[in-house]
Design a protein around this ligand. Sequence first.
Ligand code: HQG
Length: 188
Amino acid sequence: MSAFTGDLVALSRMVSHALRHEPAAYGVTLDSGGWVDVDTLLAAIGRQKGELSGATEQQLHEILATSEKARFEIHDGRVRARYGHSVETKITHRTVDEPPALLFHGTARRNEASIREQGLLPSGRQYVHLSGDRDLALRVGRRHGEAIVFVVDTAVARELGIRFFIVDDDVYLADTVPPAALSLESAD
Ligand code: HQG
């Protein structure tokens, strides 16, 4: 049994931050697939924040078992973020040839005019994040303020050359989504 008694939410946040955004700030390097050795990452986090030292792969499994979202995946002693990256090296994801007819993107009402004009842009991340689950998209939008939900017509987008990538049914990715493939649904 591991003796780790630290806060799993705090650990999860640091793991996501390191794997998605700033591995160098922790002194770790991601490979081209976004993977890093679990022990190397956890030791680096423990050096940054003493309360989180002593964590092992077991704590990462606990985080996955108790979180609503699977933010990272573990394989053969390595871990990577499943989505959300902003690191410079672009992470490749599984292409999906036939995405659901409709995908959803929740955002703040203040972004509406700009999105209608420019379409969905990845902003600070590598990809635009979409969901097959409309209510989940609404919750994502609420993180930014009063929420609205854009509906993506994936057939229209594909005709315009947009490719979709799948993480799971909750999270789909695209480089951009043009305005012609978007319509606004009113939030409830
Ligand atoms: C907006 C979380 C103006 C976009 C979530 C969003 C997700 C534009 C913001 C994942 C725009 C970027 C990603 C345009 C896009 N004009 N605003 N043309 N195009 N935007 O946080 O999708 O909990 O980078 O609408 O659940 O909110 O961290 O992206 O409001 O899955 O695991 O630019 O992160 O997952 O915001 O969230 P974000 P997101 P975790």
